[in-house]
Structures are given as structure tokens and as C-alpha cells.
Design a binder for this molecule. Structure first.
Ligand code: BG6
Length: 495
């Protein structure tokens, strides 16, 4: 597939980077912030064979109670509590983003920094002032903020008292939070995302919806879809509210796009892949079209899932549809019609391996062309503007004696994916921006590791929280800066 005919990215296309509060800020208990669900995600050191435990981002109700009572097992580590200290170093970090030429910076607001337990009626002014300062700094450098309201965290008190998003009462608490930040930042933030990757509720209901897994044992699927329904309603209400309070703002939805291929051309495999793909498209189907799709009605019925809905929900969903679709894109999936197909689906990484794709050091298949396929499909299905708000490579970097980091693998990954975005634009897809996940090394969502590094900027901190936190540029830093300065023409011409 040739790309040499492609010219610059369109004027107005925004290049940048993406983060989430819980993976960068730290200062978990500073500035009046309350503890969040993510503050209980543990780092569990690798086993002797180097393998890393799954699902350490989950916490049970017992683990949380023990931690709050100061009785967590000795040595328990919660890296998201210290992050990479963005809370104190945001000026330095934003200056580096500006040096790369970012036009867009995706970040999230920590709900517990604004409403420490989630139940207060008045916001925490110190928390609000912090984000004011961050937005001012970004804008002073000509960088537009793209703000996610809910990125894998909520005040832990909402989980303890209400079971997070399982409760309908959480919708009103979230609306209060959204109204507060919309009113405060309306003049500074014009691009918003309601929820990060709602489809995560199926993988980790704790991370996605603040629900303790032990409290929904045996009815996980029912709980995940019920919590998701409450998030749909909350998202729609918040979109409608945002439009009212900020007529010039755009408010989008976001999914982790799991582009699914059939393992073979056997029609039954293709049908299976279509079903699995639909389970992922379900989220934008509801948030963009404003109603549950028919295939989902059948799926839920056959799984014995009954979602409690209020009579007004249908109208709420219709009245608050998203202005744009944003995606995270890391890999593609395979589906096959076989007796154990249900057990194979729904995991973070496809259990069926695509022989045509190489794997990252963390076993994630690398598939740049899949990104173009995803963009074409979403554009064809919805005709809404698209943003790629996460794409990136978690890799183990080596610091040379002279302090340099030669991360050619990251450059190759970025180049290949950006070229596919450019191809999609050439196909007529309205892609408005691209924010690389983790432009600065940050704490991994799934494993709480630091050594799973994504950044163009290295942060001197190991998995155990040791290090000076000094920031240094990797080779990819200058490379991406050059891509942005040339509006992408250097992707083809220059190394
Ligand atoms: C996305 C999440 O799914 O994947 C991010 O929105 C996350 O929060 C990213 O960091 C990469 O995953 P991980 O586990 O490598 O950090």
C-alpha cells in the first residue's frame, strides 16, 4: 500500500498527546482531594519469570476497607497516588509539549479533586484553581485542552456508599460535578469527552464503573450493562447540559475501538466477528444515535440481562447525543465461531492470535492498517467528526550511558499509525485530531507499572516509585516535533 502520494495533513488538524489525571497527577491527598477508586489500584511486582499479574487495577471492597483502616498488607504499593507528579510539575511538562508543537492536549479532571467524596454540595475551590492554572498554562502556549470528565476514577465514597455506577443516584452526583466544571471552564475548554472507554466495564467493572467486583459476583454481565446504562443516561444529560451552558463547545463520546476481524472467510466466523464488533459499536450506537440498537435487545434477552430503565431514559438518550466520536486504538481482535467463543471474547487482548501481526513487549498486536479500517467504519456508520484520542506503544526503554534514549520502535509505530490516519483523511474521513497516548511516561492503567513506557519524554521513576522524576527527551521527541512542524510531510520525506 503506497503512501507517497499523500501531502500535508489538512490545516486545522490537531496533533498532540493524551493523559488521564489518575495516571499523572499524583498528590492524591493534596489540595483537598479525596481518594479515588484509582488510588487503590496496586502495583504487584513481576513474578520470577517476569510476568505481571492481571487486573491489579481492580480492588475488592475488603481491600479498600483494609487500606482505609491502615491495615493493607505491608509493602502494598499504589503508584497512581504519586503518578509522575504532574500536579507540581505541570508547567515544565506543558512547556515540553509546546516545544513539540502540540495543538491539543487531552487530560481529565479528577472528580475527587472537585468533590472529594462526591456528596458535597459545594466544590473544593483549591481543586478548581488547580485546573484553572493548568488550562491557563496550556492556552498561553497555544495548546487547546480536550477534557475527559470521567477517566477511570471516581470518589471512592461513591463506590462504598452507592456501588458506583450501579446506582442511579450516581447520575445526579455526576451532573453536579459536570455543571460545576462546565460553568467554571466554559471560556477555556471547548472540547469535552464525557466518559473514557465505557466498554471497559466488561473487563474491569471497578475501573470502569467504580463497582467492587466482589459485590456483583455471579452477575458480572448484568451489573456491567446496568452500570453502563446509568453512564449512558449521565452522558446524555451532561451533553444536553453542556450545550445549554457552553453553546460553542463540542462534547463527544469515546470508546476503546476493538476492530474485530473474522479468523477465516467462513461465513459463520464472519458472522461471529460481526456480532463481536457490534458489542463494541453498541457504545457509540447509543451515544450518537440516541437509542439502543436492535441487535442489543436480542443479545441482552438471550443473556438473561434485564436493564432497569426509567420511563424518561429514552427521551434523555435522544436529547443528548454526542457531537463527535473519539477512540483509543491500540490493536485489533480476531473472532471465530467455535463452542468456546464466548470465553474467548471480552478480554483486554484478543486470545486468538493474528499470524500477520507482531506483538508489542506486552503482547499487544500492532496493526496500523486496522486504524484506517476503524476510522472508515466509524465514518461510514455515523458520519460524525472523529478524533483519535489514544494510540501508542508501551515499551521498555533503555537509557544509554550518555542519558540518551533511542526509541526507534516508538517512532516506527507512530509513523505507521499516523500514515494510516492520513490515508483515512484522503479517503474522505473527517478526522480532526490525533493525541498520542502518554506523550510523557506515566503510570500504566492496567498494571500500574512505570516501566511500560509510552512517552516521548522520559520520567526518571521506576515501578517502585524510586527516581528523581527528572524529565528528559527521547529521540521520538524531536521526531514528533518535526512531524508536527511539517504537518506530516516529514512522515514520508525525512527520517
Ligand atoms: C487505554 C486507557 O485503554 O489504554 C488508558 O484509556 C491506558 O488509561 C491505555 O493507560 C494504555 O493501557 P496501559 O494499561 O498500557 O496503561
Amino acid at each position: 500500500m503506497t503512501t507517497t502520494h499523500l501531502g500535508a495533513f489538512p490545516a486545522g488538524f490537531l496533533f498532540g498527546g493524551a493523559t488521564a489525571a489518575n495516571q499523572i497527577e499524583g498528590a492524591a491527598e493534596e489540595g483537598g482531594k479525596g481518594l479515588s477508586t484509582s488510588d487503590f489500584a496496586r502495583f504487584v511486582p513481576p513474578a520470577a519469570d517476569g510476568s505481571i499479574a492481571d487486573f491489579t487495577f481492580d480492588a475488592t471492597s475488603e481491600q479498600v476497607e483494609e487500606a482505609l483502616a491502615g491495615r493493607a498488607p505491608e509493602g502494598t504499593m499504589y503508584p497512581k497516588r504519586h503518578g509522575i507528579d504532574f500536579y507540581h510539575r505541570y508547567r515544565e511538562d506543558i512547556a515540553l509539549f509546546a516545544e513539540m508543537g502540540f495543538g491539543l492536549f487531552r487530560m481529565s479532571i479528577s472528580w475527587a479533586r472537585i468533590f472529594p467524596t462526591g456528596f458535597e454540595t459545594e466544590p473544593n475551590e483549591e481543586g478548581l484553581a488547580f485546573y484553572d492554572a493548568v488550562f491557563d498554562e496550556l492556552l498561553a502556549h497555544g495548546i487547546q485542552p480536550l477534557v475527559t470528565l470521567s477517566h477511570y476514577e471516581m470518589p471512592i465514597e461513591i463506590s462504598r456508599r452507592l456501588d458506583g455506577w450501579l446506582s442511579r443516584e450516581t447520575i445526579a452526583l455526576f451532573e453536579r460535578f459536570a455543571r460545576t466544571v462546565f460553568e467554571r471552564y466554559a471560556s477555556k475548554v471547548k472540547l469535552w469527552i464525557t466518559f473514557n472507554e465505557m466498554n471497559m466495564n466488561l473487563t474491569s467493572i471497578y475501573t470502569g464503573a467504580g463497582v467492587f467486583p466482589d459485590r456483583v459476583q455471579g452477575r458480572e454481565l448484568q451489573a456491567a450493562y446496568q452500570a453502563t446504562h446509568h453512564q449512558f443516561v449521565a452522558a446524555a444529560r451532561v451533553v444536553a447540559l453542556g450545550h445549554e451552558l457552553m453553546p460553542d463547545a463540542q462534547i463527544g463520546c469515546m470508546i476503546c475501538r476493538l476492530e474485530t476481524y473474522a479468523a477465516t472467510s467462513k461465513p459463520a466466523d464472519v458472522l461471529r466477528a460481526t456480532h463481536e464488533d457490534n458489542l463494541n459499536l453498541f457504545y457509540p450506537d447509543v451515544q450518537v444515535r440516541g437509542e439502543y440498537p436492535t441487535y442489543m435487545t436480542r443479545y441482552l434477552r438471550e443473556k438473561g440481562i434485564e436493564i432497569a430503565m426509567a420511563p424518561e431514559d429514552a427521551e434523555i438518550l435522544r436529547a443528548g447525543t454526542a457531537d463527535f466520536i473519539s477512540i483509543s486504538y491500540y490493536m485489533t481482535y480476531l473472532a471465530e465461531d467455535r463452542p468456546d467463543a464466548d470465553a474467548l471474547s471480552g478480554s483486554l487482548v484478543s486470545k486468538l492470535k493474528n499470524p500477520y501481526l507482531e506483538l508489542s513487549a506486552w503482547g499487544w498486536p500492532v496493526d496500523p492498517v486496522g486504524l484506517r479500517i476503524a476510522l472508515l467504519k466509524l465514518w461510514g456508520r455515523y458520519g460524525k467528526p472523529l478524533y483519535v484520542v489514544e494510540n501508542g506503544l508501551g515499551a521498555r526503554d533503555r537509557v544509554e550511558e550518555n542519558g540518551r534514549i533511542h526509541d526507534d520502535y516508538r517512532i516506527d509505530y507512530l509513523r505507521a499509525h499516523l500514515l494510516q490516519v492520513r490515508e483515512a483523511i484522503e479517503d474522505g474521513v473527517d478526522v480532526r485530531g490525533y493525541t498520542w497516548w502518554g506523550p510523557i511516561d506515566l503510570v500504566s492503567c492496567s498494571t500500574s507499572q512505570m516501566t511500560k513506557r509510552y512517552g516521548f519524554i522520559h520520567v526518571d521513576q521506576d515501578d517502585y516509585g524510586n527516581g528523581t522524576l527528572a524529565r528528559t527527551k527521547k529521540d521520538s521527541f524531536d521526531w514528533y516535533a518535526h512531524v508536527i512542524a511539517s504537518r506530516g510531510t516529514s512522515l514520508i520525506d525525512v527520517d
